[in-house]
Every structure is written in C-alpha cells, then in structure tokens.
Design a protein around this ligand. Structure first.
Ligand code: FE
Ligand code: CA
Length: 452
C-alpha cells in the first residue's frame, strides 16, 4: 500500500444481497495501522445477522456476516458456539475452518495461537520421529519486528478457509503465546532476554494483533498494554468471561517444561492472571445471574499428571495452570465456597482434546473443563497418542482424551450444556470431512460430565 491515508466506506445490510442497507459509514485506513480499520457501528438490532462489506479505491470486498449480541435481559432458549484455535500454517490446511463456516452459530471463540512466530521450516518431525515435508512454509525468519508480524498475519489471512470462517460468524478473540513468542509470561520470554528488550517485541506483536483482529478500540495497545480480558452476555442464558493468561502472569516456575513441581511452584502468591484480572473474574462470577458461566481460558486448568509410562514422580505442564496451583485453588475454592453453579471452562493450547472435572480443595467437582484440540498444529494426529491410557488411569478427573485436529461445538440451553468434539481424519491433505468423535453433556446444577 502507498504510505497515504485512504478512506474506506462500509455498508451494513439486513440481507445477503444488500437490498436493505441499514447503516453506512467511512473509516480512514492509516499507514500507522497497516491500513486496517476498526469500524464500530451502533443502532443495530439485537440477536440477528447482518451483512457487511467495505468499498475502497473502486474495489468492493466480499461480504461478511455477523450476528449481534442478544439484549442482556433476553430469555434465550439456546446459544451455540465454537471454540477453536492453534493454527500453525506449516502443519496443515484449515479445512476445519471451512466446516466451522458451515455451522449454525451465535459466535466463534478463538483461544489463541492465531499465528506462530517460528521461522519457515522445510521439514518437521512426524509422529515416528522421522522428518516429513512441511505442508506449506512460513515466509521468512522468526518474527520480531512490526513488519515481520504484519507479514505473518498477511500470510495466514490469505487462506480462503480462514476467510470463510471470519465471513460467516462473529468472533471473540483472545491471544495465547504464539501471537508473540512461545511460552511468554508478562515481560519474560523463554530465552532470558532483558525485559525492556522483550517488551519492544511485545509492543510490535500487540500492535499487529490489534491491526489484524476483529477487536474494538478498547483493545488499542498502549505500549505493550492491551485490554484482552473482557465479558460478553448472551441474554440470561450465558455469561462469557474471556481471559488473558499471558500478559499478567508470573514467569513459569521450576524452569518451565513438563516436569514434577518444585517448591517455587507451590508458593501461595502464584498468579496466572495478575491481581486485577483475578479480582475481576472472581467478582464477575459471583455477580453473574446468567444460567451458565463460561470461562474462556487459554491453558489447561486441570492438574493433569502427564506421565505416559509407569513409575517416576507426577509431572505437570508448568506453562499451564499447573505451574500456578495457588491461582487454581483460589478460583475453584471461590466457585465452591460461593455456591456458584454451572461454571464451564473452555481451553486451548494443548493440541489435543481433553475433558475433565475441576474440584475445589478436598471437595467435589465445582466446574467442568473442555479442552479443544487445534485447527492444524501438530499435523494429522491419530485417535490416541501412545501413553494416553496411562494418563487416563493416573487422572481420575479426566474423562476424555483424543489427538485429532478439529474444534468443539458447545450447544447450551437452560437444562444442559452439550459439547461435541468435532475431528478431521487428516489436515496434511485438504478436504477431510468432519465427524463428531465424542459428545459430552453437563446437566444444569451438576459439575459432572456424562457421555451422550
Ligand atoms: Fe498452539
Ligand atoms: Ca499455546
């Protein structure tokens, strides 16, 4: 794009053919923001689809569709949404997004790893540990500068399947680590870079994320600071608490990795959200009057023993909430002590499907957690990784495990929450059909998973 300001017109219609246009406006696309625009449109009706398009320089964009939020007091019968994320471009095609585009949904929630920061690779290691060719290669080296991050988003966003999913649904997006750097934690990266220097990279990553994502101006970054955690209400049926477990967390304890907990992990001040966000979440859960409370979370809350063979000490993923056990105890004890019912957690990051129950200290389960796999990260996968039986046996709170790519569909009504784990046979070739691998249900008032 030439380094100049371009006016961008937009139109919003009640129908796909734009016969009845109900709103129009103009935004300025500025070079400082990679010529992105963030139009905020008021005066639309609640809980219905609208179609939008952009016009600039004599060109008209493809139309997109978005559904408005219901009125906050609406008595809804049903909410249906997808949780998805982790889309390493090199590992596979985005066929899952083509299927998501065809789903009937109120919204899509993306749990992060929208891009991956690594340099292009010619080969990766297959499940047998031997090299296999990459499906499609990242342009360039590992990304550091604002231009690098922009280029990476541009490459990902040229994918037509991803475009289709954006064009079909309203999205809530939150970030995880790879939008910036693997396993970052506030101003710490995994390489021990001085914080003030890593913050320059975070600033570039935050700006590019804002530019390329459907975010409101409230998420406009100030330096590294970006307001990602926020809430959405789907009438009286579902409150959504969208978390940010990267920006305010303490560094991973015990040197990070998959290993037994060391004393550093067990200190009572461990925090994965920081004081302000944690208070915001606990108060928000207490105040919520909706039937269901969704915690849209990035990394696994379940304390999962990761050992895949007999013997040894229990080992945990220290980048997940397992590295912040005091924070997990505060959250789950709060839910238990205040009798907050119908709390459901959805999670990403693992590149595997998991489902399990979450308990307060020495108590019964107070919530359930659905961990969604990846769109493409990890490649084809298989039904179960070796050692999955050991993981199931060592973790009685874990009810389901699967290692295929896909997404989860959550279908919520007053009586029950149903989660369908949708999986694809392969992602290293295009056009795999999607099937439901497992459906799990939670009845209102219960914090227990049942197969259905
Ligand atoms: Fe990921
Ligand atoms: Ca991640």
């Amino acid at each position: 794009m030439p380094m100049a300001i371009f006016p961008v017109d937009y139109e919003i219609a009640e129908d796909a053919r734009f016969a009845k246009i109900v709103a129009k406006g103009q935004e300025l696309a500025r070079p400082e923001l990679a010529h992105s625009v963030h139009a905020e449109v008021g005066g639309l009706n609640p809980d219905r689809p609208y179609w939008y398009r952009f016009i600039a320089g004599g060109e008209r964009s493809n139309p997109g569709r978005a559904r408005t939020l219901p009125h906050p007091d609406a008595m809804l019968d049903q909410v249906r949404f997808v949780a998805c994320g982790c889309q390493n471009y090199e590992d596979g095609y985005y066929t899952a997004y083509r299927h998501i585009a065809a789903e009937e949904l109120d919204f899509v929630w993306h749990y992060g790893d929208y891009i991956y920061e690594q340099r292009g690779r010619a080969t990766i290691l297959g499940s047998d540990g031997l090299p296999i060719p990459i499906v499609r290669e990242h342009v360039g080296d590992e990304i550091y500068s604002l231009d690098d991050y922009r280029m990476r988003y541009a490459q990902y966003k040229l994918d037509a399947d991803l475009q289709a999913a954006h064009a079909a649904h309203s999205w809530w997006v939150t970030w995880d680590d790879h939008e910036t750097d693997n396993n970052w934690a506030a101003d710490h990266d995994q390489d021990g870079t001085p914080p003030e220097i890593f913050d320059l990279r975070r600033q570039a990553a935050a700006q590019a994320y804002y530019e390329h994502m459907p975010l409101r101006r409230t998420a406009f970054p100030r330096g590294t600071a970006t307001q990602i955690y926020r809430r959405a209400n789907y009438g009286k049926l579902l409150d959504v608490h969208l978390l940010d477990t990267r920006q305010y967390r303490m560094d991973q304890p015990c040197g990070d990795g998959f290993k037994p907990l060391c004393p550093e992990a067990e200190t009572p001040d461990r925090t994965i959200m920081g004081t302000a966000e944690e208070k915001w979440l606990l108060e928000g859960l207490s105040r919520s009057t909706a039937q269901w409370k969704l915690i849209a979370n990035q990394v696994m809350i379940m304390p999962l023993d990761r050992r895949t063979s007999a013997g040894g000490e229990p080992a945990f993923n220290l980048d997940s909430w397992a590295g912040y056990p005091a924070a997990r105890t505060r959250l789950l004890n709060h839910i238990g002590q205040h009798g907050i019912r119908n709390v459901v957690v959805t999670t990403g990051d693992e590149h595997q499907n998991y489902a399990g129950e979450l308990s307060a200290s020495d108590g019964p389960a107070v919530a359930v957690e659905f961990v969604s796999t990846s769109i493409s990260s990890g490649g084809d996968g298989s039904d179960r990784r070796p050692g999955s039986d050991v993981i199931l046996a060592n973790n009685p709170h874990l009810k389901f495990i699967n290692d295929q790519r896909g997404y989860v569909v959550c279908d919520v009504d007053q009586q029950r929450w149903r989660t369908d784990y949708k999986v694809l046979e392969h992602v290293r070739r295009r056009d795999a059909p999607v099937t439901i691998r497992q459906s799990l249900t939670v009845g209102a008032g219960e914090a227990r998973l049942s197969s259905s």
